[in-house]
Design a protein around this ligand. Sequence first.
Ligand code: NAD
Length: 263
Amino acid sequence: MGSITGDFEDETVIVTGGSSGIGRAVALAFGEAGATVFNADVRSDPKDLDSEAPTHEAIEERGGEAEYVETDVSEPDQLEAVVTAAHEFGGVDVMVNNAGVHVNREFREVSREDFETVRDVNSRGVFFGTQTAAEDMIERDEPGVILNTASTTAIDPEWEHSHYAATKGAIRMITRSAALELAQHGIRVNSVAPGPIATEITEGWSERAAESVGSEEDEGPTTPPTRAGQPEDLTGAYLYLASEQADYVTGEQLQVDGGSQIA
Ligand code: NAD
C-alpha cells in the first residue's frame, strides 16, 4: 500500500486532550509533519511516565516544536488563553477539539452530576473551543481548520454510554452548524468519529460495555472490526481533514472504526 505524508511546516496546531490516547497520537503526528503543536490538557503527564515523555517533550525530542498549556476545556476562558498563547507562533491554524471524558453508567443510574461532568468537557468544551478558535481566525483574517472528536456513539448507542452519546451527537451538530456559518470566512469544520480505540477511556469500560461493541478479541470477531483499534489508526484522518487536500470537505463526519458500523 502507498502512503500520503503531511506537510504542516509553519502551521500552528492546538490539540486539546493531547496528553493521552488519541489526542497524543494526533499531536505527535502533527509534530512529525512539522507543525508547532500546543497540547491543551488538564495534565501534562502521559499514561505511563516511566516509558513515555509528556507529549510536548516527545515532539521536541524528535526535532519538533511544542508547548504544553494547562487547560480545562470546560472553562471557555482557559480555551481563550491557549488560543492567545498560539499568537506567538502566528495564531492557530488548526484547532483539534479532542478532550473528552466518560463515566460508565447504565441509563437509569446516570446522576445529574455524571451528566453535567460529561457534558461540560465533551460538548461545552467542543462548542467553545470551536467558537474561540474561529473568532481568532476571523480576527486575523486567516483561513483555518477545526476538527472535533466525536464518536460512533453519535449514531449508534452503546451500553452505559447514554449521557456520553448525547454529547457526541451534540458534537456532530455543533460541527455541522459551525461549518455552515463559518464557510464564508474560509474556515472548515469537520469531525472524526472513532469506534472503540484502546485508550484510558476504554480501559474503564465494564465487560458489558465492551461486549456490546464486540471489542473483545478472545475468540476473534467474525464481523468487522477484525482487530482492536489503536490511537495511531486515527492520525491519518486528522491530517487529511486538516490538509489542503480536504479543501472541499466541510461539515462532514469521518468514521474511523474498522468497519464496526457496517457489522
Ligand atoms: P484518553 O482518556 O486517553 O484521553 C483523553 C484526554 O483528555 C486525557 O489526556 C485527559 O487528561 C484529557 N482531558 C480530560 N478532561 C479534560 C479537560 N476538562 N480539559 C482538557 N483535557 C481533558 O481517551 P481517548 O480515548 O484518547 O479520548 C480522546 C477523545 O476520543 C475523547 O473525546 C473521546 O470521547 C473520544 N473517543 C474515544 C473513543 C475510544 O474508544 N477510546 C471512541 C470514540 C471517541
